[in-house]
Design a protein around this ligand. Sequence first.
Ligand SMILES: [Fe+2]
Length: 201
Amino acid sequence: MPSHSLGRTEFGNPENKGKTISPDEANQLLNDWVKNDRLRLHMHQVAHLMKSWAKEKEQLNGADQWRWELAGLLHDADWDQWPDQHCKLIIEELEKRNVDPEVIHAIASHGPSYFGVEPVSKMDKMLYAFDELSGFLHAYSLMRPNDYEGMEVKGVLKRMKDKSFAANVSREDIRDAASRSGLSMEELIQFAIAHQSRFTG
Ligand SMILES: [Fe+2]
């Protein structure tokens, strides 16, 4: 894995706390930057998990739910066209657009072993936790006869042990992220199955 170390741990301007871009602007950016359908779907799936978590578990208001959703929606925005500069470019873009530093920090810390930025806030930790897990569930759903229908935690855990399955998904990152989130792997998987299965994007 190439190092994508960002070389800094401060992101955005504290004066922009609470500021976001609109859903239309975020979707425009996503569609301009990401041409790969599979990646776009992944970003929407992670966004949906983030929003659902913010609403149900953190009981945040609509504006805060959107901040969580936005972090999920744009976390891989530069991966498609500029993988060598992931996630430096999207961070700089969101700084230019005066987005809340917490949202930018969450994006900057969604892969601590690559970007060199530790997840600190709950938003940071949940984005890291959902990212690879969401991709793994999607891969698993594709090989099942009825995709998410009847998917169980134990089936997911069994697949995780099979190293040849979805080999590009880092089991170590999934485990590390789960432990940093303070939630059990079972709880995370259960939540992700329940919400990702209902997402039709
Ligand atoms: Fe991702």
